[in-house]
Design a protein around this ligand. Sequence first.
Ligand code: HEC
Ligand code: HEC
Length: 302
Amino acid sequence: MRHWILLLFLTTGFVTVASGLPTGVTTALATTLPSDAEMPTDEFGQMVRKGQLIFSETGKYARAYVGNDLSCQNCHLDKGRKAGAAPLWAAYLSYPAYRAKNHHVNTFAERLQECFRFSMNGKAPPLGDPVLVALESYASWMGRNATSRLVLPERGFPEIQKPDQGISQERGKTLYVAHCASCHGLDGEGEKKSDGTVVIPPLWGMRSFNWGAGMARIDHAAAFIKANMPLGTAGTLSTQEAWDVAAFVDAHERPQDPRYSLSVENTRILYHNTPYSWYGRMVEGHVLGDQPAASLGLPLAP
Ligand code: HEC
Ligand code: HEC
């Protein structure tokens, strides 16, 4: 009897989700996230606020570590809150965790380093760097209503079914022109104000995420797009359309994979050996990833 009372008490403010999870798993939902107005005003609160600024305008507040025009929130929407767009707080509660990408159990700080290295085409801030400390503070504060390590269905992107008709860049191109180009531009370049502020993030080219980023994998991009794009009318693309448009977006040149080793072929074997990556594949007469070494690392002045 006592157990039941305790359980009821513990689940206040939380919802038990049945589908796809082991029975009895309790999970914190996005509705329990604190609002910005609730940020503390002490030293910790200052770090939380700084973390949110870095997350929202990464090039401005963590400039030394960014090598493109993106900000964290461009992919982790709603300043890292949105379920279904790899929310930062759900990630925070899920580490340390093993990652096949680098073959070891990663701390949350190490996971943050990876998004700087790949998605931001930049440089990993060293462990203990104020940038990482601020981002950790922000993530932990957002997840504060979850009391323990839980299985969080909001984590990552919602799983996407396999496409019925394979994937097609041609179909993807037509879809891109119809549903994406109005914002992201015909050449994927995004949009900037005259003072350089990014309004719409670039999807490919030298100012976007690099070949090592999760978004450069067609399956990740398809899952993100299906759940989150077109911005404002997300959910209107069919599963097949999300795959096709992801196949098109990821069939364009972008900054080199910082793990590049010896040759494009070798780098493909080491890191892109999947049908979900066009890296090292011939597209329109050009082998993707085969580009001057100048695009390695932090290539362009902001
Ligand atoms: C170009 C898109 C993009 C940008 C920009 C980006 N990320 Fe990510 N991020 C991803 C993708 C894709 C994943 C993998 C999600 C998955 O595995 O489901 C990811 C995963 C993560 C995770 C782990 C999520 C989890 O649940 O394990 C963290 C933490 C993270 N990113 C933090 C950041 C931070 C901090 C920044 C800015 C410095 C950033 N990301 C910028 C696309 C991006
Ligand atoms: C109404 C304008 C709009 C439309 C239409 C739109 N997007 Fe976006 N997209 C955005 C904005 C703005 C962001 C950044 C979100 C943020 O910072 O909150 C974004 C982010 C992204 C990202 C992650 C960031 C990056 O640069 O890689 C991808 C991938 C993406 N969009 C793909 C697409 C695709 C594919 C379509 C068409 C199916 C599409 N978008 C349609 C406005 C739009």
